[in-house]
Design a protein around this ligand. Structure first.
Ligand code: NAD
Length: 255
């Protein structure tokens, strides 16, 4: 692992543009379960039944039962070592942008400024009828929360079956095409179209560093360096190796 961390650090220090693509796994250590976590929210609320736009249209009050539980987890969650480590890398000038599939705001809370929210953010609610937006906090006690026009509000997140916001989609693919290094952290890369970002980066010559507790379909296909373990621990170690090496690029061994 030490050797792999050195090689990953070398790639990042020498890379003209590094991006991170993150998924639910990076926030598991902050107490928000991913789709695989045992005993969590998603065992009671099947994402296929609750996290689709069709489900919301058919029965928004039912889907709000899931949103309320997610909201409690998201509002009380604090950034972990992985979010903070990426925030540090950005400040050090080694990370250009984070593209996150998460809706929990934890990258920004962890100090990152350049964050593309591919699937939106839970902090605001949108009226599907008139387009008015509200802060989630101000509507916390209303169940289900309603717009002034009486329509039930929807969190400003992308449910399965909905389109990705155009600016997030375009900017992500544009950046992926010019990245030299892409860190893929805590994602099963199963959700489309976010899961095509690693291939776009790779086809355009980027090196792929994958950080995950388990292997994914990317690991044996396009990943160059697989760092196996918890995102918090691995990102923290990676940042400390980069810190040690930043002033002496040549001392980092070649892959
Ligand atoms: P996923 O649940 O499909 O996969 C999570 C991945 O993270 C898995 O590969 C797992 O092995 C890995 N993982 C779990 N814990 C980890 C840890 N501590 N360290 C490193 N890796 C870890 O998640 P996904 O690929 O992001 O796709 C799920 C979709 O659900 C996304 O589109 C996302 O928008 C949404 N979602 C978001 C949140 C959130 O905002 N925190 C939470 C759940 C789901």
């Amino acid at each position: 692992m030490a050797r792999k961390l050195e090689n990953a650090a070398r790639l990042i220090v020498r890379s003209e543009m590094t991006l991170a693509l993150t998924g639910a796994g990076i926030s598991v250590e902050s107490g928000i379960p991913d789709f695989r976590s045992a005993g969590g929210l998603w065992e009671r609320f099947d994402p296929g039944e609750y996290a689709t736009v069709e489900a919301f249209r058919a029965d928004p009050e039912k889907v709000w039962n899931m949103f309320r539980e997610m909201e409690v987890l998201v509002l009380q969650a604090k950034p972990n070592k992985a979010h903070q480590g990426l925030g540090k890398l950005e400040k050090m000038g080694y990370l250009h942008t984070i593209i996150t599939q998460n809706i929990d705001n934890l990258h920004q809370a962890g100090g990152a400024r350049n964050v593309i929210e591919y699937h939106g953010n839970f902090a605001t609610l949108l009226c599907p009828a008139c387009g008015k937006r509200f802060g989630a906090e101000e509507k916390k006690v209303e169940n289900p929360p309603r717009c002034v026009c009486r329509q039930i509000l929807k969190p400003d997140v992308v449910l399965f079956g909905e389109a990705i916001p155009r600016s997030a989609l375009n900017r992500s693919f544009q950046l992926a095409s010019s990245a030299r290094t892409l860190m893929v952290i805590g994602t099963s890369a199963a959700v489309s179209p976010a899961n095509t970002i690693p291939a776009v980066a790779k086809e355009n010559g980027a090196k792929i560093i994958e950080i995950n507790q388990e292997r994914t379909h990317l690991t044996d296909s396009i990943t160059d360096i697989f760092l196996e373990g918890s995102a918090g621990e691995i990102v923290e170690r990676l940042v400390s190796v980069i810190n040690e090496k930043r002033d002496s690029h040549s001392s980092i061994p070649s892959i």
